[in-house]
Write a protein that binds this ligand. Structure first.
Ligand SMILES: Cc1cc2nc3c(=O)[nH]c(=O)nc-3n(C[C@H](O)[C@H](O)[C@H](O)COP(=O)(O)OP(=O)(O)OC[C@H]3O[C@@H](n4cnc5c(N)ncnc54)[C@H](O)[C@@H]3O)c2cc1C
Length: 289
């Protein structure tokens, strides 16, 4: 199928893109890599009169350090995230997570900002973005604001971005010493998206006990979530296998799991617990090296 006709705009700056969004309102959408938006337009699941392609805005594609934070522009591709020495050094969890997305063609075209703004419940990044407690920056006519990862993912395909806002940057605090992290995923065999994906980050104190634990889970529910009961159960504990097993059992407390023809809600719930334990074991192992 071909999409309904639309006007195609190529702004050269964020301000120009904002002006176009303001001018065309609900009849306009930002186009990043087009990996989610174009299929939706072709299938006529979505239609807009104006596509605002941010692909030529150089200011939106970068990976840099600023005031001790790792900053990634919204237009940064998954491949750039995966292969960046700076990301691998400061926030290896994000690079590892990016390496799990689709295939190399998808990773070259898909963007960090596009994936987050789309908020697919089976996308990989949200698990890592939650575990890393990222700050997501958006700009609108009223100025720039920072949104915490926890506030950003609101519901299936719904984020805290307001109409007329553009996601510009993701900011991350570098991980502390004696921290191990990992992203593990059960991929849907046809699409590669996450049936369940778990990002775990563990910081150990000098005596080997858990000082900080973060667990982000994607794929299982309408929107990615932090397994906070699991995190709390581990603080101050020695992360032996039994302790991790008991903590992982709490990762599904209060969730309302999705079910589909590939994986029932019960199976997804089971996978979250199993993969949370595996991810915690791996993160602890990495924290010790
Ligand atoms: C074959 C295939 C396999 C894939 N496999 C995986 C996978 O395994 N795991 C995974 O996580 N993802 C996967 N994806 C998704 C892909 O990696 C993209 O991240 C995702 O589709 C978003 O694409 P995009 O960056 O091209 O954004 P687009 O499709 O251009 O945009 C997506 C949505 O976000 C909005 N948007 C984009 N950028 C901004 C911005 N800066 N500010 C505000 N709104 C914005 C757009 O208006 C649109 O609504 C796959 C995609 C394909 C085609």
């Amino acid at each position: 199928m071909i999409p309904a006709s639309f006007a195609y705009h190529t702004p050269q700056s964020v301000n120009e893109a904002l002006a176009l969004l303001g001018e065309h309102g609900d009849d306009a959408k930002i186009l990043a890599g087009g990996h989610s938006l174009l299929p939706a337009l072709k299938l006529r699941l979505s239609s807009v009169g104006h596509l605002i392609d941010i692909g030529r805005i150089a200011d939106l594609a970068y990976i840099k350090e600023d005031q001790g934070k790792l900053c990634l522009g919204a237009r940064t591709s998954h491949y750039q995230v995966e292969s960046s020495a700076l990301v691998q050094q400061k926030c290896p969890l994000l690079a590892e997570c990016a390496s799990h997305i689709g295939d190399v063609q998808v990773r070259n075209r898909g963007t960090l900002g596009g994936s987050l703004a789309h908020a697919d419940p089976a996308a990989d990044y949200p698990a890592a973005i939650l575990a890393l407690e990222a700050e997501i920056h958006a700009v609108g006519t009223g100025g720039t604001r920072a949104i915490t990862a926890e506030d950003f993912f609101v519901d299936m395909l719904t984020t805290a971005l307001q109409p007329g806002e553009i996601l510009t940057e993701v900011r991350l605090a570098p991980v502390a010493a004696k921290t191990g992290s990992v992203y593990l995923k059960v991929p849907q065999p046809a699409s590669g998206f996450a049936v369940v994906g778990v990002a775990a980050l563990v910081t150990l104190d000098a005596s080997g006990k858990c000082a900080k634990v973060r667990v982000g889970v994607t794929g299982a529910t309408a929107t990615a979530f932090r397994a906070k009961d699991t995190e709390a159960a581990l603080i101050g504990k020695t992360p032996d296998e039994k302790t991790l097993d008991q903590a992982a059992a709490q990762s599904t407390n209060g969730i309302d799991a999705n079910g589909d023809i590939f994986a029932s809600a019960e199976y997804r719930t089971h996978l979250v617990r199993v993969y949370t334990k595996r991810a915690l074991l791996k993160a602890v192992e990495r924290a010790k090296t």
